[in-house]
Design a protein around this ligand. Structure first.
Ligand code: PLP
Length: 427
């Protein structure tokens, strides 16, 4: 039986005027629904959010902020941005919120612009240990314009080495200390970061891009009471539109707003801001809090299941929505594992692990996340099934008769599993 296909706002108009692009949208929906989506930074935005984003609000130029725009006719979109800001303030208890950043990277650019000058030093998690490109990678503006000082995880525990963070802070006296990462599965000790920042007079910036959705659902502690500024994305666990946001203490509000517009961006995307408001509204509900708790429970179940299947969870497990697995003792590299899973209808990514001997394009690990499958309604039993399917796919030697047969068998089981709890079931 084929599921009904998604018809978004005015989708018929798209099909009539541009069947090529309409077909791509439907093919992508089929891809998302047809396999297991385990990319830790992805989720399934609600139909309500999709509708807001695919709306006529895209037509409006609104440089500036609500009540103080450089264009006329902003009185309607002002309402959307004000609601987005008020909902986010209520959700996170933040003094000030800016919902205009186009993405997580744009939000991060604004943090540098608000708090540092080119050449200043910034203490952040090393990229190979889980940090993000915008935390000082040489290929990124952050590494080119600022002096990045990387901190690491400890080799024995694979947890952030807070002693090293403090030592480096005392030596380098950074302008900014960054807490937050892209491939770190554990809760962060915000109080420890705050104490170190206070000791050296640094700004504490928490990049909550990955986990802000868990904070919204009260599944993990909030960085907001500790940080001078928090940057985040709205499209990961938070399940909103692709975009960024910033929260800060009242004293930094003006600097942060000016760093977003006019420093880093022009007109805000009002359709996306409306969709952010929808996501914040959804995140205020009891059902979202249950979702966030289930995301963490599901990640733990998946972690246990893959450890039972012979993989090693970096740092021994997870407190969040993501888990990093080291495949070295299986003698399978991350790139190979990713390709085998893809052949079985399982989408995940290869990932460097701390102290990885392999180059990043090969990597010794994989990163998996539970946000999207939890949106589909997966529970512990489903996650155990997911774990067993991932483990079988990773071990199946593609290119051999046995391996290809096994990958085909796993793919069949993936199809059956996702058909029971499909993405976008009602549309
Ligand atoms: N910061 C962190 C920690 C991230 O993990 C990411 C994206 O994965 C970003 C920033 C950038 O977000 P975006 O891809 O929206 O620019």
């Amino acid at each position: 039986m084929t599921e009904p296909r998604f018809h978004g706002p005015d989708f018929a108009a798209l099909e009539a005027s541009d069947p090529e692009i309409a077909g791509i949208v439907l093919d992508e929906l089929d891809r998302q629904r047809g396999g297991l989506q385990l990319i830790a930074s992805e989720n399934l935005t609600s139909p309500a959010g999709l509708a807001a984003q695919g709306s006529v609000l895209t037509n409006k130029y609104a440089e500036g902020y609500p009540g103080a725009r450089y264009y006329g006719g902003c009185e309607v979109v002002d309402r959307a941005e004000t609601i987005a800001i008020e909902r986010a303030k209520a959700l996170f208890g933040a003094d000030h919120v800016n919902v205009q950043p186009h993405s997580g990277a744009s939000a991060n650019l604004a943090v540098y612009a608000a708090f540092a000058q080119p050449g200043d030093s910034v203490l952040a998690m090393s990229l190979p240990h889980g940090g993000h490109l915008t935390h000082g990678a040489t290929v990124n503006f952050s590494g080119r314009w600022f002096t990045a000082v990387p901190y690491h995880v400890r080799k024995d525990t694979e947890l952030i080495d807070y002693d090293e963070v403090r030592e480096l802070a005392l030596v380098h006296r950074p302008r900014i200390i960054v807490a937050g990462a892209t491939a770190y599965s554990r809760e962060l000790d915000f109080a420890a970061f705050r104490a170190i920042a206070d000791e050296v007079g640094a700004i504490l910036w928490v990049d909550a891009a990955h986990f802000i959705g868990l904070v919204a659902g009260k599944a993990i502690p909030s960085p907001v009471p500790y940080a001078d500024v928090v940057s985040a994305t709205t499209h990961k666990v938070l399940r909103g539109p692709r975009g960024g946001m910033l929260m800060c203490r009242a004293e930094h509000a003006r600097a942060v707003d000016k760093a977003v517009f006019p420093f880093g961006q022009g007109g805000p995307m009002m359709h996306t801001i409306a969709a952010k408001a929808v996501a914040f509204g959804e995140a205020q509900t009891e059902s979202y809090a249950r979702y966030a708790a289930q995301v963490v429970a599901n990640a733990r179940t998946l972690s246990t299941s893959l450890v039972d299947a012979g993989m090693r969870a970096v740092s021994g497990g997870t407190d969040t929505h993501l888990i990093l697995f080291d495949l070295q003792h299986l003698r399978i590299d991350g790139r190979t594992a990713e390709a085998r899973c893809a052949a079985a209808g399982i989408t995940l990514n290869k990932n460097a692990i701390p102290f990885d001997p392999a180059p990043p394009a090969v990597a010794s690990g994989i990163r998996v996340g539970s946000a999207a499958v939890t949106t589909q309604g997966f529970d512990a039993e489903d996650m155990n099934a997911v774990g067993s399917l991932v483990a079988r796919a990773v071990r199946a030697e593609a290119g051999t008769a046995d391996g290809d047969r096994e990958l085909a068998a796993v793919k069949d089981e993936v199809t059956t599993l996702v058909a029971r709890k499909p993405a976008y079931p009602v549309i």
